[in-house]
Design a protein around this ligand. Sequence first.
Ligand code: C2E
Ligand code: MG
Ligand code: MG
Length: 572
Amino acid sequence: MPHVEIIRVLLVEDNPADIRRLREYFSKVADVLFLIHDAVSIESAIQLVTDKFFDVILLDLTLPDSFGIETLRRMHNHAPDIPIIVLTGIADDTMALAAMRHGAQDYLIKGQLDINLLSRAIRYTIERKRAEAEIKKLAYYDALTGLPNRVLFSDRLKQAIVMAERDKKGLALLYLDLDRFKYINDTLGHAYGDRLLKISANRIQGCLRGSDTVARIGGDEFVVILPLLSGTEDVPKVAYKILETLRKPVQFENHTIYTSASIGIALYPKNGSTVDELLKNADISMYQAKETGRNNYQFFSEEMNEQALARQVIESSMRHAITQNEFFLVYQPLFDIASRTIIGFEALIRWRHPQHGDMLPPQFINVAEETGMIIPIGEWVLRTACRQARQWNQCRSDGLRISVNISACQFKHDSFIGIVQSALEESDLPAGCLELELSESTIMEQGDRNLLILTKLKEMGVSVAIDDFGTGYSFLSCLKHFPIDRVKIDGSFVQDITPGEDNEAIAEAIIVMAHSLKLNVVAEGVEHEKQYSFLHSRKCDELQGFLMSRPLPPEDILPLLLSYASPARQPD
Ligand code: C2E
Ligand code: MG
Ligand code: MG
């Protein structure tokens, strides 16, 4: 059986003779079956397009209830997605142009029609509209999730702002970012990442009303526009509902993936009156939600804005800080607790900022880690500290240790082992004098790969300490699987060592357990003799803290070393 195409036509025409002629033409086209509905007025045409589907509309502009371009405008408003071919009785170029400008696809003169012309015009028009729709889809929708993309989102938000202003109502913008998405994408692969994004898109959509918009505007970033009909009290409910649905584990074949999301919320008009302002402030709040431990939502506040601005200033000035020699290292001595002699130093970074003066690591390390700038900065720290340690070691025979803090992203970077090797070779420092300080989470994350790197360091002769021990979630028992040399009890457990307090019990427990695993223990942040005596009595091995010495510039270290050259042992 030959293939017969079906085309549904709405013929809007009030002249019975024209209707008859057109119907006759349609019936003579061989390979197309035209299903024709007539409407003799614009009102009945509008009624038909709201009830039925049509592939094309043939529209006479002169009707009993409407005339000229106005007819076209009304038709197009009610059926923006259906191609329209305008019919007129006379050849009129101005009218033809105006019709095209108001949304018509083509223009036909009734007196000059024939079967071929009509059939070709209709097919061409439908095809063109389809191509236009396809382009529009590519330009305005995200291919993976089918959600509006950033371009369409901006447009929708702009419209929503106009409506909110007109109706004296508010609106909320939710900026949502999946937690740990990059990690999932990197470990399980992009195919799983893509599936997770599609599922998340569906889940978010399931929490919303028809009048809300959700769009995907970046890798794992979604935005939701909530027009506020009454007050803002529904906003936290929606945010909570989204968080709850995204927290549900996702099952892929043999993997169960646990995700969550962080949401930042900006309100119109309180937190901004333009697309850019609202987006920026919702983004700042999302960032805050991440900082507050993820899996939560945060409303925007002015204070957040100030923090974000300060962060931006740090970020932009950090780019030149290495080449401008603005970073420098200070060194805090590490003492053997029994003899009170210096056995090494911890290198601590400082930044001499041209505007803000000397800055401490908590003021900038986070930014360096988030922007990836910690990689070159960390490399500089390692090379500088190794060179410095080599110099000091030349005047000591017992091999002073230099401890260098390493951020998780440095440790994870492919070039890490190579950089450590080259820093040692370049400085000629014996590997046994270098210790790397890693946080608990750095070590515990991605277990097998870390084990490989730690084993490699061990083979090289470099030692490893776990910094700020006790503040993470690791268990000492897990540590026996990793080749580790030392744990550093976090200063917070040392700070208020008073007999009978919890912190005292924790410090003591860490020492006992570490010793049973043959690990050395350093107490950080020792400020008082009382803390010293306690740690000494519990057989802690080493200490570091203001009691013995603050971090010092390198030029103060040599005199210090000389004064400790032949240490008088303190009585036990
Ligand atoms: P951390 O590795 O635990 O270093 C010890 C911090 O405690 C240092 O702070 C030190 O000045 C401070 N401290 C030492 N003794 C005492 C004391 O008796 N009382 C008190 N209250 N504090 C004491 P700093 O220099 O501000 O460094 C903070 C953190 O920044 C470091 O903690 C480390 O995690 C990070 N950091 C420092 N330098 C670097 C670096 O070069 N690279 C990386 N990735 N992180 C670094
Ligand atoms: Mg440290
Ligand atoms: Mg520490």
